[in-house]
Design a protein around this ligand. Structure first.
Ligand SMILES: [Zn+2]
Length: 345
């Protein structure tokens, strides 16, 4: 089995994992508090309590279930694209653009305009009820219809739509039922907007990347993961632009971060946020830089297929059947188109 370089051996509760280039806990820099959003390693864990299971083994990306009396150990993998600066299932010239926290009414449309102009498809991990996003606002609320139109536009223009939860809350602080509601509520709203034959959301990104940067034995990981796996493949990242830390309008700040990451040899999923003016301003420069370096633009689904050999929808419907594929050198990014629902023409 191929394992990402960011993954450490299963079952080691300590020491805490701290992959290169990522911070794993609260810290300060230059006397200024640092926002930890999207900064930590993805410690992906599946916890499944079965009738006679006596041990829930915590792992990074992989879990082994130990049924108590029959000594039968079955291994399954929670499907995810983990946080890893150089994912081995992609070739080093591959990037995937992803945008979180939209759709807001001012910056997300500009991101879409730029992507259209550049002919690039990206993934948008959206919320439906935050300070910036009015998709779930009561009917008649100014901006609600425009926000819903943006959800349609994302799909109509060929981008991937992912679930970033309704309210962008800290999932580890919620009950399992509340976590399901944060994910399921967004699925219902999107279905309402796109119709029942619209694309189903099978890509998920947890707000703040929590709890996947916590210690591997953090008790909230099984709770969050067991809920999350029913909704989608979790999508981590390789390059965090940290655009939310940059000042409004400061394109250079965002661009410089990307260049530093590329110079370090990192590639793969790039994390941005579609709700910041500095991201909008930096995006054309980032695209130009990537093209200058002859990087290829891929989609999240292509990355999922490169890692698992099947789509996120297939993985979510049968998450225990997700064998890792060979590393990128033997993997085609072309993939097959998603199978159509026969009832939806
Ligand atoms: Zn977010």
């Amino acid at each position: 089995m191929s394992v990402s370089p960011a993954l450490s051996p299963c079952f080691s509760a300590a020491p805490r994992l701290r992959p290169r280039g990522f911070h794993s806990g609260p810290h300060r820099s230059g006397g200024r508090a640092i926002d930890l959003r999207h900064e930590a390693p993805m410690l992906s864990v599946l916890s499944r309590v079965r009738q006679n299971a006596v041990v829930v083994a915590l792992a990074l990306s992989t879990i082994t279930l130990f049924p108590g009396h029959d000594a039968l150990a079955s291994t399954c993998t929670y499907p995810e694209l983990p946080i890893a600066p150089r994912p081995d299932y992609l070739s080093p010239d591959t990037v995937v653009l992803t945008f979180d926290d939209g759709p807001d009414l001012s910056n997300t449309p500009e991101v879409l305009d730029i992507l259209k102009q550049e002919g690039i498809h990206a993934a948008f991990f959206i919320n439906t009820a935050t300070r910036d996003v009015l998709v779930d606002a009561p009917p008649g609320t100014p901006g609600r219809d425009e926000a819903r139109a943006l959800v349609r536009r994302i799909v109509e223009e060929g981008h991937e739509l992912g679930n970033h939860t309704v309210h962008h809350l800290h999932l580890p602080q919620l009950s399992p039922a509340e976590i399901h509601e944060e994910l399921g509520g967004l699925e219902r709203t999107v279905s309402e907007i796109l119709g029942t034959c619209g694309p189903k959301l099978t890509l998920v990104r947890a707000p703040y990347g929590e709890p996947y940067w916590f210690a591997p034995d953090d008790p909230t990981i099984p709770k969050v993961t067991s809920a999350l796996r029913e909704h989608g493949v979790h999508v981590g990242w390789s390059i965090d632009t940290k655009d939310y830390r940059c000042s409004e309008g400061d394109a250079g700040c965002v661009y410089d971060r990307v260049v530093r990451e590329l110079d370090a040899g990192n590639y793969g999923v790039i994390l941005m946020h579609s709700v910041h003016s500095q991201t909008v301003l930096a995006l054309p420069r980032i695209v130009a830089e990537l093209r200058h370096r002859h990087m290829k633009f891929a989609t999240v689904e292509e990355a999922v297929r490169a890692r698992y050999g099947r789509s996120s929808a297939e993985l979510v419907s049968n998450p225990t059947a997700c064998p890792l594929r060979a590393p990128a050198a033997e993997t085609s990014l072309s993939g097959d188109p998603p199978s159509a629902d026969p009832d939806c023409g």
